[in-house]
Design a protein around this ligand. Structure first.
Ligand SMILES: Cc1ncc(COP(=O)(O)O)c(C=O)c1O
Length: 355
């Protein structure tokens, strides 16, 4: 099928670009002796999880237990749930997942770890934990000065295996050498402190897409979990970690109204692109209409201001979303293209898997 025959709005992935992104990451991590455990929240599809495993990933990461259930179909032999999950129903499902593959959960409190330990002990199935530290995002993770206390709290819990340390340096949004050096000092110091207290940390797991090519500079980190790198997006371009040519996923939309002077309206709004903003203006970048500014959205309408070149009703435009991970979660199906041909499509099996 020709790309112009796709009904819109349609999320399309340039497979050549995606495969180049996967290969580049596999080569980078291999060259630097880093373990790659990509976060699958970006694509939410076991089909693409399997392609990441075929391209050097040693395991996969998810945020939710229901995502873990979906991601089993990738065939992964190692799953990290990088989220402090809590609740009886989650424990029940976690044990079922752990019967099928090796599972690790990142935790930042003994309160969160205890139910995991109890569920694992009751089922007689080992479940691993990574002790999470706040590396600067101030989201989850114990404060660095409490890291060793967390390790000491986790150690006596029967049923869980302490497999290492996790952190997420999402506060570093660009290639700032000072921020990376501070992160490196922090992580190296914590690994040394843990060792002095008698805790070996076989896994030291961090990494983001904006900092992906600097991962080897973070002393002590031996595993990275980038997610967005498979597609990249406008925010990753703005972070300086990739170029527009490395962006694999775009949304094709149709101009449906030109009734207001200086503006055209497309057939997608916040339910197609998400409302995530970038550090610059607009809800996305019009790749084939550089004079267009994606100024405003309703759920199904995108308001686009243009600087002179009015589009015609029925014309198609291609938009690079600001944040591809949330856009993917809004779409039922993704279309894989090579050049202008649609060569495959897949369902986003993990979309809406929030529990
Ligand atoms: C815990 C965790 N690890 C890894 C990632 C992947 O990072 P990125 O979006 O920079 O690829 C995320 C992203 O939200 C995350 O929350």
């Amino acid at each position: 099928m020709h790309i112009h025959e796709l009904d819109t709005p349609a999320l399309v992935v340039d497979l050549d670009v995606m495969e180049r992104n996967l290969i580049r990451m596999a080569e980078y991590t291999r060259a630097h002796g880093l373990r790659l455990r990509p976060h699958t929240k970006t694509h939410k599809s076991p089909l693409l999880g399997a392609r990441q495993l075929a391209n050097g990933a040693a395991g996969l990461t998810v945020a939710k237990v229901t995502e873990a259930e979906v991601m089993l179909a990738s065939g992964t032999e190692d799953l990290l749930i990088a989220f402090p999950i809590f609740g009886a129903e989650k424990m029940r499902r976690l044990v079922e997942v752990a019967k099928k593959t090796r599972v690790t959960v990142s935790v930042d409190s003994v309160e969160a770890a205890r139910p995991i330990a109890e569920a694992a002990a009751a089922a007689g199935i080992p479940i691993g934990v990574l002790a999470e530290v706040d590396a600067g995002l101030h989201r989850v993770g114990v404060q660095p000065e409490l890291f060793v206390s967390l390790l000491r709290g986790l150690a006596p819990l029967k049923g869980i295996e302490l497999r290492g340390m996790a952190f997420y340096p999402g506060h570093i949004k660009n290639q700032d050498p000072g921020a990376l050096a501070a992160l490196s000092t922090l992580i190296q110091g914590l690994v040394a402190e843990a060792a002095a207290a008698g805790f070996a940390l076989p896994v030291v797991s961090g990494g983001t897409t904006p900092t992906m090519w600097h991962s080897h500079e973070v002393a002590g980190m031996n595993e990275i979990r980038p997610g967005t790198y498979i597609f990249n997006d406008r925010n990753v371009v703005l972070s300086g970690a990739c170029t527009l040519a490395d962006c694999a996923a775009t949304i094709i939309a149709t101009v449906v109204s030109t009734s207001v002077p200086g503006q055209f309206v497309i057939d997608g709004g916040s339910k197609t692109f998400s409302s995530d903003r970038a550090i610059v203006d607009g809800f996305g970048l019009f790749l084939d209409a550089p004079d267009a500014l994606f100024e405003k959205m309703n759920e199904e309408h995108g308001y686009v201001k243009h600087a002179g070149h009015q589009r015609k009703v029925g014309e198609r435009v291609r938009v690079l979303p600001n944040h591809i991970c949330v856009a993917v979660n809004l779409h039922e199906r993704i279309y894989g293209v090579r050049g202008d041909q649609v060569v495959e499509s897949w369902t986003v099996d993990g979309r809406g898997k929030l529990q």
